[in-house]
Design a protein around this ligand. Sequence first.
Ligand code: AMP
Length: 247
Amino acid sequence: MQRNKGQVTTLPYLAGQPEVVVPQVQSPIHLVLLGPPGVGKGTQAELLSRNLAARHLSTGDILRSARNLDPNERSPAISAALKYMQRGDLVPDSTILALVEEHLDYLSVEQSFLLDGFPRTVGQAWALDRMLERRDMKLDAVISYELPVDRIVQRLSGRRTCPACKSVFHISARPPRKRGVCDHCGSRLIQREDDRPVSIRVRLAAYEDNTAPLAELYARRGLLVRIPAEGSPEEVFGRSLEILQVA
Ligand code: AMP
């Protein structure tokens, strides 16, 4: 953590891009991860949270675990949310904020956290501001993982997810040791419903409309770090650590 807040830095893999203002990051680290579906954000969140001993709050994972509940145990808001999710649409802010409010213990000043998939709209970002202000906290950095659309589609069509421990694999880029079986817990891997082609297109459009403006918001605050998501998960992870200066 030797860089000073606001220092302008050019890293080799960012050559040709505008210079990045690297925010000062201290431990504990409080991060938001942005990136379109398929960019590998979930994998990076998994690697970062293990490496930084950060608590990992993923609104997508919370919604997916609600899907495993008996329909009678789901609140009407959750049942409605799952329908949005299945179509690839964003779930309404009010539902997402209610879910996050149930997990406010993640927003701890003493412990590192990583928000993955939240916020996803400007409205959610403002709501997060208020949650953090109430705790006298600020974000340290917002990482935006970026990749061309054709590469995203290629990645998503081969993605396989473990429904039990949430590990993410890819049939060619990150295959499990045994085909169709999770390396970590032995569960059968699945293709997420929203990773199917029709949902992928809706999700990419939803990202462009709602989430891309967030990058601008956080850029204006000097918090945004854009990281190219080309290459293996380990390469992208190395870039993330380098830019956060915690390697
Ligand atoms: P993810 O795993 O983050 O890609 O999320 C999967 C799906 O869950 C998204 O396509 C949305 O339908 C829904 N979702 C997750 N987080 C949010 C959020 N913060 N706001 C709205 N919808 C969300």
